[in-house]
Design a protein around this ligand. Structure first.
Ligand SMILES: N[C@@H](CCC(=O)N[C@@H](CS)C(=O)NCC(=O)O)C(=O)O
Length: 219
């Protein structure tokens, strides 16, 4: 299996984390044609976003779909879980992340530069973020992982966004995204103590910090 994308994307990190926790091979490679809008890559994924997965001549897009495919096709423990409720709870956390948490990051990215920052937009994003993080906390299991006693699908989807948040949010005075959320706080501690996740985080951090530095320097 081949994954097109770069490790500085949290969506790419989801698939990488899924493969690492499963213990399966996943080759990470740059998009053909050198970028996400090249004719070669758009033939693979016309959405023009990373990641895209190639397996035995077929292609998939969208990180959640790719993660489920890796989980379903590769040997070993199923990270999505065994029972229908466990699987639905994991998918629910993933959905809350994508539908209610992540859109607030977009508003913050548009306001990175303090000199041109729209404070009202930033405050609305922070408020939206706090509310959505509360929803995540509400639906999380008793631990130590997001759903269950071992790293699973929900952790794969959530972790990279928290790695991004740990870099992005302090720029807006929000040092601890888990503040006031007991289950999230416990989960974040579990995640940070995991050596597989920590290794992937280091790779992401280097690449994402370089991306942020370039964004801040751009005119
Ligand atoms: N819903 C998509 C989102 C993927 C996404 O937005 N990827 C970003 C990188 S973090 C991207 O490729 N952006 C390029 C663009 O939008 O032109 C997924 O879950 O895979």
């Amino acid at each position: 299996m081949k994954l097109y994308g770069y490790i500085g994307s949290p969506y790419v990190v989801r698939a990488v984390l899924m493969a690492r926790w499963k213990g399966c091979a996943l080759e990470l490679t740059a998009p053909p044609g050198g970028n996400l809008k090249s004719a070669e890559f758009l033939r693979i994924n016309p959405i023009g976003k990373m990641p895209a997965l190639e397996d035995a001549g077929s292609h998939l897009a969208e990180s959640t779909v790719i993660c489920e495919y890796i989980d379903e096709t590769q040997p070993g423990r199923k990270l999505l879980g065994d029972g229908p409720m466990e699987r639905a709870q994991a998918r629910l956390l993933a959905r809350i992340m994508d539908v209610y948490v992540v859109p607030n990051f977009g508003a913050l990215f548009r306001n990175l530069d303090p000199a041109t920052r729209n404070d009202a937009e930033v405050q609305a994003a922070i408020a939206g973020l706090r509310k959505a993080l509360g929803h995540l906390d509400h639906f999380m299991g008793p631990g130590p992982w997001a759903i269950g006693k071992e790293p699973g699908y929900a952790d794969v989807i959530l972790a990279p966004e928290f790695y991004l948040a740990a870099i992005l949010l302090p720029m807006f005075g929000m040092d601890d995204p888990c503040d006031g959320q007991p289950k999230l706080t416990r989960w974040w501690q579990t995640l940070q103590a995991d050596p597989v996740a920590a290794a992937v985080r280091s790779e992401f951090d280097v690449s994402f910090r370089a991306f942020m530095a370039a964004r801040l320097k751009a005119p």
